[in-house]
Design a protein around this ligand. Structure first.
Ligand code: NDP
Length: 344
């Protein structure tokens, strides 16, 4: 008796797999039955904590999550990997971060700007052999928060105010250019800030929630921060990766702002996070000019009506819930740290 061949799973390739969004996106793709290939950099110590946090059955993880060493600045490696893996969907999430980009401008742009071009070249090559869809991780930092522009939408002009944002704006335009020049299915997400308990520890929100937990447990007393007046549109990373996936499921490629539409200052974030632990942040926070950017971005607030209408996407997690999730996670980490210290 002949049996019908079983359909092979859809295959995705994700750069920035070890990052916050990489881990949530991979979790989402695995839950949807994809085989996922993640690009990871060789590092001197393991940085797979977020990948380990992915909630997935161990057997499925072994079968469906495959990691490859590589770097988006190495075009030869990217082309070889992408042609070998033959993914149906490619998500380019690799990047450095905003604050450090002022110290490492060249490398930041090599990764965030030229890295995207390297990816597009590999996608172009693959697209001559099979159908493939490409997602580029753009950022609200490209808007630069110029006065009078909020809320920012897909039609707001870019005014990037950091090497990071300049590199990302370059990647954005190349993605549009490759779509128009070569007919690639290539989309830009213009994502506003999104956070989670898996957020990198140097980003301001996570710095705050980690410090709040440690201060509550008596493990530290002071928290040094830069601009407390900066206003951001903060959403939950798990909600935002869903929008990335939705963009690649449409009939036509396009660019979308993804945001909550609300804006809060760093002071608001301090109020809610320290408040949850019955602490007064004013007794602990000190300003440190080292954390100020040479050019600040004052106000980011997104208008995601296009994503809501066309993708049917909307955020499900409020600002207060997001802060609660992060504080509770980091308070638990601080409790474990204190217990371990008391046993040592
Ligand atoms: P993270 O900083 O958590 O992760 C960045 C990832 O990029 C890490 O896996 C890192 O690897 C990887 N990476 C860095 N340099 C290279 C390189 N040269 N080659 C290959 N991989 C590299 O960022 P997020 O997950 O928060 O963000 C994902 C993407 O979305 C980024 O492009 C970011 O710029 C963009 N974005 C994020 C926003 C946010 O609020 N989170 C807002 C808007 C856009 P390693 O672990 O080895 O360092």
């Amino acid at each position: 008796m002949s049996t019908a061949p079983t359909a092979s799973p859809r295959r995705a390739f994700v750069t920035g797999a070890t990052g916050q969004d990489g881990s949530y996106l991979i979790e989402l793709l695995l839950s949807k039955g994809y085989e996922v290939h993640g690009l990871v950099r060789r590092t001197s110590s393991m940085n797979r904590g977020r990948l380990d946090a992915i909630k997935i059955d161990d057997e499925l993880r072994k079968q469906r999550l495959l990691l490859h060493y590589g770097d988006v600045t190495d075009v030869a490696c990217l082309a070889r990997l992408i042609l070998d893996v033959q993914p149906d969907e490619i998500y380019n999430l690799a990047a450095q971060n905003v604050r450090v980009s002022f110290d490492n401008p060249l490398y930041t742009v090599q990764v965030g700007g030229l890295g995207a071009l390297n990816m597009l070249e590999a996608v172009r090559e693959l697209s001559s052999k099979k159908s493939v869809r490409f997602y580029q991780a753009g950022t609200s930092e490209m808007f630069g928060g110029a006065p009078g522009t909020a809320p920012q939408s897909e039609t707001t002009p870019f005014h990037p105010r950091s090497p990071y944002a300049c590199g990302k704006a370059y990647a954005f335009h190349q993605t549009v250019n490759y779509r128009e020049a070569y007919g690639l299915f290539a989309c830009n997400g213009i994502l506003f800030n999104h956070e989670s308990p898996r957020r990198g520890e140097t980003f301001v929100t996570r710095k705050i929630t980690l410090a709040a937990g440690r201060i509550r447990e008596g493990l530290q007393d002071k928290l040094f921060l830069g601009n407390l007046d900066a206003k951001r549109d903060w959403g939950y990373a798990q909600d935002f990766v869903e929008a990335m996936w939705l963009m690649l499921q449409q009939d036509e490629p396009d660019d979308y702002v993804v945001a909550t539409g609300e804006t809060h200052s760093v002071e608001d974030f301090l109020d809610v996070s320290f408040g949850r632990l019955e602490l007064d942040w004013r007794e602990h926070v000190e300003l440190d000019p080292r954390f100020l950017r040479p050019t600040e971005v004052h106000l980011l607030q997104g208008d995601a009506s296009k994503a809501q209408e066309k993708l049917g996407w909307k955020p499900t997690t409020s600002f207060a819930e997001l802060v609660r999730l992060m504080v509770d996670n980091d308070w638990e980490l601080a409790r474990r740290e204190r217990e371990a210290a008391s046993k040592a």
